[in-house]
Design a protein around this ligand. Structure first.
Ligand SMILES: Nc1ncnc2c1ncn2[C@@H]1O[C@H](COP(=O)(O)OP(=O)(O)OP(=O)(O)O)[C@@H](O)[C@H]1O
Ligand SMILES: [Mg+2]
Length: 340
């Protein structure tokens, strides 16, 4: 449904000299460099998939989404959404996609939410029964009635995001591009948004490309990931495969016997060199180890022979840790200037 092939976007970036005079000087003598915001990105999203498009600040996520929604034209490479190149067929593409840019409103600032939705119904030619069905759903899950007829420009960030999300789903789009759709939303509305999107995916087969810095959004919605760092893809695959890339694992165990916590920690670290042991809740001990050096099986075997283990479990690797390791391996920002 979505394909990006060697997709690249370069931007001209300008330096502003420090101080007022420098600022004025910039009017006359502009110094610029070319920066590759998206650098040869290739990935595919099959119809009906829910993919998280994630990466650190400035890694090129929004720029990619702007190319996929037709707002920005690639410098080189290409992308298609349902077979169409969005920047060539912007109108046709717009009818089939639902877009939220959390950082920038898609709604008319001077209208009320009900008026904006009615105009969107006309623009997208949404049949009345579909409009009524979707509106009822959004009123229930996003509490649109609470927004009343206030001007969009006077809503709080979270209130406006609820309206933006409703607007993006109004016409039952085949593909949803949501770029930070939950910024400003409280916990209850975040959950409601997860449910809305999962429901659209389940019932209508909606394809999802989602960007978020909130890992809960990703865990609640997505089954697969494309990870960007420094404008390049550093991982593409299932969420499971991503967690399996973790360089560190954890094992937590409780023990009976006479040794105190400090003594147990010392003994474990002697028996398993390189393993870090720390005191965890309720007298348990938490081990962190490098998977290249120790397997969970070796760790467990050592614990069982040395201690009177009362309980033991190995939590999932931490998504935050895995992402931190991947991001660190990407192209640093200062290496992305292609020409000055
Ligand atoms: N219009 C523009 N002109 C010049 N440079 C730009 C422009 N838009 C983006 N960039 C640069 O492109 C790079 C990627 O920006 P982009 O907005 O795609 O990042 P992002 O991954 O969405 O980051 P964030 O997580 O902060 O939203 C950044 O270095 C940014 O400075
Ligand atoms: Mg962004």
């Amino acid at each position: 449904m979505i394909r990006a092939e060697a997709l690249t976007k370069e931007f001209r970036q300008h330096d502003v000299k420090p101080g007022l005079l420098g600022g004025l000087g910039a009017l006359f003598r502009r110094e610029h460099r070319l920066v590759r915001a998206v650098d040869g990105v290739t990935f595919t999203v099959p119809a009906g998939a829910k993919v998280a498009y994630i990466g650190p600040n400035g890694s090129g996520k929004s720029t990619t989404i702007k190319m996929l929604t037709g707002v920005v034209t690639p410098t080189s490479g290409r992308c298609t959404v349902g077979g169409l190149e969005p920047y060539r067929h912007r109108r046709r593409n717009a009818r089939r996609i639902g877009v939220v840019f959390g950082q920038r409103s898609q709604l008319w600032w001077d209208l009320s939410v009900p008026d904006a939705l009615r105009i969107l119904q006309r623009i997208y030619e949404v049949p009345d029964p579909v409009y009524r069905r979707n509106l009822a759903l959004f009123r229930e899950l996003l509490d649109l009635d609470a927004l009343g007829t206030t001007r969009v420009g006077e809503l709080s960030l979270g209130q406006r995001m609820r309206a933006e999300i409703a607007a993006s789903l109004l016409h039952d789009p085949a593909v949803v591009f949501w770029d930070e759709p939950t910024i400003g939303l409280d916990l209850a509305f975040k959950r409601a948004v997860h449910e809305l999107l999962n429901r659209a995916n389940r019932e209508l087969g909606t394809t999802v490309l989602l960007t978020s810095h909130d890992l809960n959004d990703i865990a609640a919605i997505c089954d697969s990931t494309v990870i960007l760092s420094g404008g390049r893809v550093v991982h593409e695959g299932s969420l499971r495969a991503l967690l399996d890339r973790a360089a560190h694992r954890y094992t937590i165990f409780g023990h009976a016997g006479t040794l105190g916590t400090a003594e147990t920690i010392r003994t474990v670290e002697e028996a398993l060199p390189g393993v870090t042991a720390t005191a965890a809740d309720e007298g348990r001990i938490r081990l962190r180890y490098d998977v290249a050096r120790w397997s969970s099986r070796e760790v467990l075997a050592t614990l069982l022979t040395r201690f009177e283990v009362t309980d033991c479990y190995a939590p999932e690797p931490d998504l935050q840790d895995v992402l931190g390791e991947l991001y660190a391996g990407g192209t640093p920002d200062d290496a992305r200037a292609v020409r000055t």
